[in-house]
Design a protein around this ligand. Sequence first.
Ligand SMILES: Nc1ncnc2c1ncn2[C@@H]1O[C@H](COP(=O)(O)OP(=O)(O)OP(=O)(O)O)[C@@H](O)[C@H]1O
Ligand SMILES: [Mg+2]
Length: 378
Amino acid sequence: MSGVSIRSVNKAFGATRVLRGVTLDIGDSEFMTLLGPSGCGKSTLLRIVAGLEAQDSGSIAIGGRPVDALRPRERDVAMVFQSYALYPHMTAAENIALPLVMRRSRVWQRLPVLRRALPSARRIRRDIAGEVGRVAAALDIGYLLERKPSQLSGGQRQRVALARAMVRQPRAFLMDEPLSNLDAKLRVQARAEIAELHRRLGTTFIYVTHDQAEAMTMSDRVAVMLDGEVLQCAPPATIYDDPADLRVAEFVGSPKINVITGAVGSTGQVEIAGTTLPLTVRRAPATALAVAFRAEHADVTPCTAEQQGALVGTVRHRENLGSDLFVYVEPQPASARLAVRLAASRTDDIRVGMRVAIRPDAARVLLFDRDGGRVRAA
Ligand SMILES: Nc1ncnc2c1ncn2[C@@H]1O[C@H](COP(=O)(O)OP(=O)(O)OP(=O)(O)O)[C@@H](O)[C@H]1O
Ligand SMILES: [Mg+2]
């Protein structure tokens, strides 16, 4: 049992409130990702769980046991940092072995001379070498063990740092943007490796990132954070398809979700300047709504000059990614550009400068009130 429970955690640095009553329950062997923009408090929360930072109020429990009074080493969690924090003068093997050396040998056994002479120290050294070999084999870095960090690539350093975290068999792994130093291609490969490692180890993972692709592909659940608060915590598909808050809808998804201003009509129908959507809500007439839809949930067709409405506009830009074609349309009357995804087969159909009509799929439209809270269609 090694779930992590975060209860009403508050933290301020001077006058800056960084965490505002964060409550989060991470299940035993769950892969939980903290996702949010730079500065929202992800690292601070992770450091509080690790015991590297103290919260102002609230509490942390690991495996059902409060750990607030425990020092980092006593919490039995392993942290992997963005910078990897490997010791440059030690080989990969020595770096990986370090947590075991620190834990298993007494101070005098770590002294170089005694270490060689004492039989007990020799046995400990043999055990540790065995453990290092086992973890290195699991991560496929056996052939790198005698190298110093400066002789390793970014991806190899990242695996050595992972190995060092794994060697202690901690109750939870805490990872703070461990892939951000890798190039795009290696990152895709490494995120698959980490997800597989999680399945194999069955240990609780708390993973911090501002990269939504990492969050969406690796996690059991994603906690979307903004300004020190968790806005929503749910499986990736729910975060994407059923966001509880407009800020979540806007943070997740690329291109960014389209948002236009609408209003409630006299019988509760949803209207966007001139167009009535086949949706009704239980709200007073004239209530303003944010009407949002994703690029893949709308269709675009060429239209005549006479056609009016918020969703008629001019194609300003196209992006052909091979598999997908995105068109960016400036609506009239002017508001933020709308992005629509088309099948790449329609390359010749929709061109820059063309007047087009956009029809969102009413079944996939998301409605939000003035405060960004979700409004459900009746
Ligand atoms: N030791 C500190 N002293 C003062 N302010 C700090 C300290 N550590 C963090 N902060 C501030 O707290 C806020 C949250 O920082 P944090 O590092 O948790 O953000 P983050 O979500 O991890 O961002 P990033 O994605 O850029 O790593 C930031 O505004 C940061 O400047
Ligand atoms: Mg951070």
